[in-house]
Design a protein around this ligand. Structure first.
Ligand code: HEC
Length: 325
């Protein structure tokens, strides 16, 4: 029998761990680009929406995004409710009146009337076909549930993935949609990354600052593929598309929607793309989950109730069984 000393077993465990980590190279688990996790006011089990941020987010949506994107699941009255932007009711009533909604009249004919608080936001398009015909074939998705429909792909080494998932469970991470929207809105670049081909056909990325004006050897690629035994393959951006760091595949039909100074904030918040993006992402998160704040506070009340009940049950059990034990 082989007897193992303490040091040799530690050395063996170390060698095994090393073999395991080096056998699995730093592989991306998801296909999506790396997206940073931001700190939001509504992060974690105790987080709540910031009413002022939601008001600014709605302003960005209304002044910029609403030209192309609907929020059909949101009713005007939601903008007044607690846990949301909490705009004054009179203001929202007059805002609603500026929209037209369809209604059937007494003869069954479709007529239009000004919207009321109980109506939902009408869509900017009659149907998907109209949307696509306006946007070069692309369909701007309705933004009511976009924060739930999108998320952040894990991109770290594969062996760390379970740890990362556990961390998300413990911290109650649910803000993947907001993180994605923020990354998307701030992720535009004027051009796809620049590459130069060497004599062997290999493509190497070139820093923007080192490119001479009119340099004909520069290739712009949204993605580069290595093909065994052949020169690297460069996928160029399609016509009418825009380069975006966060969008899967990096080319998106939506042009950069917003620039610094475009929306005038009245509460002193700096008018930057970064702030617009965070505010809009928060607004989209609320739109996808308007009862988020109530649910979280109810959760805490339930926990407190269960704690008190447990203490009472324990005391009752002790008293009841006192004679027996
Ligand atoms: C001029 C029209 C236009 C405006 C304005 C616009 N978008 Fe878009 N948006 C589009 C189109 C078109 C697409 C679909 C792009 C595609 O599928 O390639 C899109 C897609 C999106 C998507 C989905 C991306 C994905 O992962 O599929 C999000 C999120 C989005 N837009 C957010 C916004 C926000 C936020 C604003 C306002 C700041 C905005 N958009 C303003 C046209 C617009």
């Amino acid at each position: 029998m082989i007897k193992m000393t303490k040091t040799s077993s530690i050395a063996l465990a170390g060698a095994m761990a090393l073999a395991l980590t080096s056998a699995v190279p730093a592989m991306a688990a998801g296909d999506g680009p790396e997206i940073a996790k931001k700190k939001w006011s509504f992060s974690g089990p105790g987080g709540h929406f910031d009413k002022n941020q939601l008001q600014r987010g709605f302003q960005v949506y209304k002044e910029v995004c609403s030209t192309c994107h609907g929020i059909k699941r949101i009713a005007f009255r939601n903008l007044v409710q607690p846990g949301g932007p909490e705009f004054p009711e009179d203001g929202v009533r007059s805002l609603a009146a500026t929209y037209k909604v369809d209604e059937l009249d007494g003869n069954g004919k479709v007529v239009q009337r000004p919207a009321r608080l109980s109506d939902r936001f009408p869509s900017p398009y009659k149907n998907e076909a109209e949307a696509r015909s306006i946007h070069n074939g692309a369909n701007p998705p309705d933004l009511s549930l976009i924060a739930k429909a999108r998320g952040v792909d894990y991109t770290g080494p594969i062996w760390y993935h379970p740890v990362s998932m556990l961390k998300d469970v413990v911290t109650g991470y649910q803000e993947g949609g907001a993180d994605y929207i923020y990354a998307l809105m701030t992720g535009y670049k004027d051009n796809a990354p620049a590459y130069r081909r060497d004599a062997t056909g290999k493509l190497t990325e070139v820093a923007e600052t080192s490119i001479q004006r009119g340099d004909k050897t520069i290739l712009r690629c949204v993605s580069v593929e290595k093909v065994a035994g052949k020169p690297d393959n460069c996928t160029a951006m399609a016509d009418g598309m825009n380069y975006n760091m966060a969008f899967p595949g990096h080319q998106i039909g939506m042009a950069k929607p917003i620039s610094d100074g475009q929306v005038k904030y009245t509460d002193g918040t700096a008018a930057t793309v970064s702030n617009y993006s965070a505010d809009m992402a928060a607004f989209a998160s609320w739109a996808a989950d308007p009862t988020h704040d109530q649910r979280k506070s109810l959760g805490w009340q339930v926990m407190l109730y269960l704690l008190v009940t447990s203490i009472l049950l324990y005391v009752a059990k002790k008293r009841l069984w006192r004679e027996v034990h």
